[in-house]
Design a protein around this ligand. Structure first.
Ligand code: NAD
Length: 343
């Protein structure tokens, strides 16, 4: 059966749009027919790079949607523009796939979820790390029960990242822009939402960020698992991967994952002395990294749901629980109190 032809307009032709457009080109029957950015030159450049001879270039999303009448809007703008972009796209009858974070506040996120529900359109978020093959391998092992029920999950994310962008000035930048990936991955691996958060956030001495480049957070999850996060964008040397380094403890074993190809797991073999003995469980395997950190698979699943029905793994009404972790961490850091996590 011939693939249903789908047309998309991409709004926000900045850095990450290149990854989206490369991924889109891999998906049969999907055409990007419009390139929108407040900065016309960015839109023109992306249209030219991706050979869209007939692609519309515009600084006005509303006008572009009226003119091209696409099925889908890809939103690669900044969180502060999300509400306006998503509302406009839904009002024009489009399904929407948006970059993370899905909004700059929970209130906005709730309004956008409600608007999508009312419009009867798919609305999902690019949480590409859920599609990383090694993330999937770790998840499959945790779900297999071989190390017993999970009790504790730790993640470490340390990098010295010298952005030349909005990230240098924005408040809570590590939590909003990066930890959203890690928190979402934690929800995915644990299979539960957070119920409480305690967070300490600071800007380390010598930081090249204006504020909030480091954070520590503790979450209690609805199934009793305790998840801890340590992270910094201002940590030179011995970098973790973008996916973070993970340590998972179960009732009968543990798993460590460096966020790349290296996964180690041990399960209890005998417990007849002070320290148990363990069996190593082989679990790693060379896997080519997915194109664009998982963007292609995230996009492919979204397009598949547009064509055939169903809801993508990163649908917004579920992803709001990851944003709720970020917002609760920020609230906790601001108040110095442990706070409930409410989506
Ligand atoms: N999923 C990932 O792995 C990943 C990686 C990098 C960035 N991101 C996310 O992607 C988003 C964009 O990041 P970036 O690094 O490409 O930023 P960027 O600053 O390079 O690009 C943003 C673009 O959006 C345009 N823009 C802003 N508001 C607009 C509006 N209202 N209408 C039209 N265009 C508008 C800007 O002019 C700019 O060209 C952010 O939310 C970021 O967190 C995700």
């Amino acid at each position: 059966m011939a693939e249903q032809k789908l047309r998309a307009v991409l709004v926000g032709c900045g850095t990450i749009s290149e990854v989206w457009l490369k991924a889109s080109a891999e998906i049969g029957g999907l055409e990007v027919v419009g390139f929108v950015d407040l900065n016309a030159e960015n839109a023109r450049q992306r249209a030219a790079e991706f050979g869209a001879k007939n692609g519309l270039v515009s600084t006005d999303l509303e006008a572009a949607l009226r003119q091209t009448r696409p099925d889908i809007v890809f939103d690669c703008t900044l969180p502060s523009a999300r509400a306006q972009v998503v509302q406009t796209a839904l009002a024009h009858g489009c399904h929407v796939l948006t970059e993370k974070p899905m909004a700059d506040s929970l209130e906005t996120a709730r309004q956008l979820v409600a608007a999508a529900r009312q419009a009867g359109k798919l609305y999902a978020v690019m949480q590409n790390r859920r599609y990383d093959p090694n993330m999937r391998r770790v998840k499959a092992f945790l779900d297999s029960g071989r190390m017993g029920a999970l009790t504790t999950l730790n993640s470490d994310y340390y990098m010295g990242v010298h952005f030349e962008s909005f990230r240098r000035q924005q408040a809570h930048i590590l939590l909003l822009d990066m930890a959203i990936h890690t928190f979402d991955a934690a929800r995915f691996l644990i299979g539960a939402n957070a119920v409480s958060a305690y967070c300490y956030e600071w800007n380390p001495a010598g930081s090249w960020y204006e504020r909030d480049a480091s954070a520590l957070a503790i979450f209690e999850m609805s199934n009793g698992v305790v998840y801890t996060y340590r992270g910094s964008w201002c940590a030179e040397g011995l970098a973790t991967t973008w996916e973070s380094a993970w340590h998972a403890v179960g009732q009968r074993g543990s798993l460590k994952w460096d966020g790349a190809e290296n996964i180690q797991a041990q399960v209890v073999a005998r417990t007849d002395s002070m320290l148990s003995s363990f069996d190593d469980v082989p679990l790693a395997g060379e896997t080519p990294r997915p194109f664009g950190m998982g963007h292609l698979e995230n996009l492919r699943e979204f397009i598949d749901c547009v064509r055939n029905g169903g809801q993508p793994l990163t649908r917004a009404d579920d992803n709001i629980h990851s944003l709720a972790m970020v917002c609760a961490a920020i609230q906790s850091a601001d108040s110095g109190q442990r706070v409930p996590v409410v989506a």
